[in-house]
Design a protein around this ligand. Structure first.
Ligand code: URA
Length: 432
C-alpha cells in the first residue's frame, strides 16, 4: 500500500497513532531511499516527543528486523543465548562472559558494537588482540559458532540495514535518547540473531546513556516486552554505572582484565556481574547447574580454554592469554595522585570515559582509528581509603599533548571526603 510521508509525519506530530502498515511502508521506503533523510528525521523528532504505543512499537521493531537478512542458526543444536549491554565505562563483561557460558553448554552467537560516545565497544577491545577479526561472513560466523559454541563478532552489513541508517540519522538529529527508538534499535538487531534467550544489561548512572532509574526501568521493561511478543525470553538487569566497572578502562587494558576474570582472578565487581549474568544465561538456555556449574567452568580452566579457541578461530594470537604483555601498551605513563587523605566518594565514570576516549581509546569521528594501548588503571574506587599523594590511577598514553589536554579532567573524576562511604550496590534490580 502507498502512503504519504508528509501525512504520516503530521499524524505523529499531532500525537496520533501510526497504523502498522504505514510503519512497514515508512521503514521499507526509507531503507530503499524513497523516503528522504529529512522526512525520516522529522518523523523521528515527532516520535521523540510523542513516543510509540505498544502496537506501533511492535510494528516498528518488526519492520526494522525484516529490513535485511535474518540469521538462521537452526543447525546449531544447542540453546542460543546472547547478552547485550546498553553501554558503560570499563564494561568488558561480554569478553569473559561469552566463553564462560559456552563452556557450560549454551551457544553464544554474540554480535557486538563499537564504542559510542564516552563508552567503549567490545569489537574495539577485541581488536587489540593482534590478528583478531571481528568482520565475519555469515557462513564463517555459523561455522565458528558450531565448532566452538561461541562467536564474538560485528553484525553483518546485510542485517537490519534500517537500523544502521536510522541510527546515524538519530545521532545527527538529537533523537538518540528516546526509549521506543533505543528499544526497537537494540531488539531488532538481537531478534535477527535467531536466539532462544537474551540477557540485557541496562546501565544506569553518570557513565550510562540512562542516568535516571525510572528511565532505565522503562527501557528494560520495553525491551523485555518486545522479546516476549517475538517469543524470545528476555531477562534484564539494571546495573550501576556511576563509576567504571572493574579496574581497567581502555581497549587492551580491558582485554587483560577480562583474562583475569576468566582465570578467576578478576576484581570483585566485574567478577560478580560476569558470574551473575552467566548463571542467568544458563537459566535462559534451560541448562541446569546454576552458579556451581559456572564456577566449575572458571576453576577447571574450561572457560579460559574456550576463549583460547575463540581467539584462534577469529585469527587472533592466543598467546596473549598466557602472555598478556603481548597486548599493546602505550609508551608513556603518569600517576594521578590523591590531593588529600580520606575516603573516595566519587570516581566518575563519564569523566573517566571522556578522558580515555579523547586520549585515543575511542573515536571523535566515525572514521577515526583507535589507539588500543591507551588506558587508565584505577587504583582507588568508591569506598576505598587513600592517603594524601597515594595513586588514584595510572594513565598509559602515546600522545603527551592529548594526555595534557585531559589531565585536569581526569583528576576531577575523584572526590575524596572525610567520612567512610559504602561500596555502592552494583546490581540494582532484575526485570523479567
Ligand atoms: N544501542 C543501540 O544499538 N541502539 C540505540 O538506539 C542505542 C544504543
Amino acid at each position: 500500500m502507498e502512503f504519504n510521508a508528509v501525512e504520516l509525519i503530521e499524524l505523529k506530530r499531532d500525537g496520533g497513532g501510526l497504523p502498522g502498515e504505514a510503519i512497514a511502508w515508512l521503514i521499507d521506503s526509507y531503507t530503499d531511499g524513497e523516503v528522504p533523510d529529512y522526512q525520516m528525521a522529522a518523523l523521528l523528532m515527532a516520535i521523540f516527543h510523542h513516543g510509540l504505543d505498544e502496537a506501533e512499537l511492535g510494528a516498528w521493531t518488526e519492520a526494522m528486523l525484516h529490513s535485511g537478512e535474518v540469521m538462521d542458526l537452526s543447525g546449531i543444536g544447542l540453546p542460543k543465548v546472547d547478552k547485550h549491554s546498553t553501554g558503560g565505562v570499563g564494561d568488558k563483561v561480554s569478553i569473559p562472559l561469552a566463553p564462560i557460558v559456552a563452556a557450560c553448554g549454551v551457544a553464544v552467537p554474540m554480535m557486538s558494537g563499537r564504542g559510542l560516545g564516552h563508552t567503549g565497544g567490545t569489537l574495539d577491545k577485541l581488536e587489540s588482540i593482534p590478528g583478531y577479526t571481528t568482520g565475519l561472513e555469515p557462513e564463517r560466523f555459523r561455522s565458528i559458532l558450531s565448532e566452538h559454541g561461541v562467536v564474538l563478532a560485528g553484525q553483518s552489513e546485510a542485517m537490519v540495514p534500517a537500523d544502521r541508517e536510522i541510527y546515524s540519522l538519530r545521532d545527527a538529529t538529537a533523537t538518540v535518547p528516546s526509549i521506543p527508538l533505543i528499544a526497537s534499535s537494540i531488539m531488532s538487531k538481537k531478534l535477527a540473531e535467531d536466539l532462544d534467550g537474551l540477557l540485557l544489561d541496562v546501565k544506569q548512572g553518570s557513565g550510562a546513556f540512562m542516568e535516571d532509574i525510572e528511565e532505565a526501568r522503562r527501557l528494560a521493561k520495553t525491551m523485555v516486552g518486545i522479546g516476549s511478543t517475538h517469543g524470545v525470553e528476555v531477562v534484564a538487569f539494571i546495573t550501576a554505572m556511576d563509576q567504571p566497572l572493574g579496574r581497567e578502562v581502555g581497549n587492551a587494558n580491558e582485554v587483560r582484565e577480562s583474562i583475569e576474570v576468566l582465570r578467576g582472578e578478576g576484581p570483585a565487581d566485574l567478577t560478580e556481574l560476569t558470574l551473575t549474568f552467566a548463571e542467568a544465561m544458563l537459566q535462559l538456555g534451560g541448562v541446569p547447574g546454576g552458579l556451581d556449574r559456572v564456577m566449575e567452568a572458571v576453576e577447571s580452566g574450561a572457560a579460559v580454554d574456550k576463549f583460547r579457541g575463540l581467539v584462534a578461530a577469529h585469527g587472533g594470537d592466543p598467546a596473549v592469554i598466557e602472555q598478556p604483555e603481548r597486548l599493546p601498551r602505550a609508551r608513556h605513563s603518569h600517576t594521578i595522585e590523591a590531593s588529600r587523605a580520606g575516603y573516595v566518594h566519587r570516581c566518575d565514570a563519564r569523566t573517566i570515559g571522556i578522558a580515555s576516549t579523547r586520549m585515543g581509546a575511542g573515536r571523535q569521528r566515525k572514521e577515526d582509528g583507535i589507539d588500543h594501548g591507551v588506558g587508565i588503571t584505577l587504583h582507588a574506587k568508591i569506598g576505598d581509603q587513600v592517603a594524601q599523594g597515594e595513586a588514584l590511577a595510572t594513565v598509559a598514553f602515546n600522545d603527551p599533548d592529548l594526555f595534557e589536554s585531559q589531565h585536569d579532567r581526569l583528576a576531577s573524576a575523584w572526590s575524596i571526603g572525610e567520612d567512610k562511604t559504602d561500596v555502592p550496590k552494583l546490581i540494582v534490580e532484575r526485570v523479567s
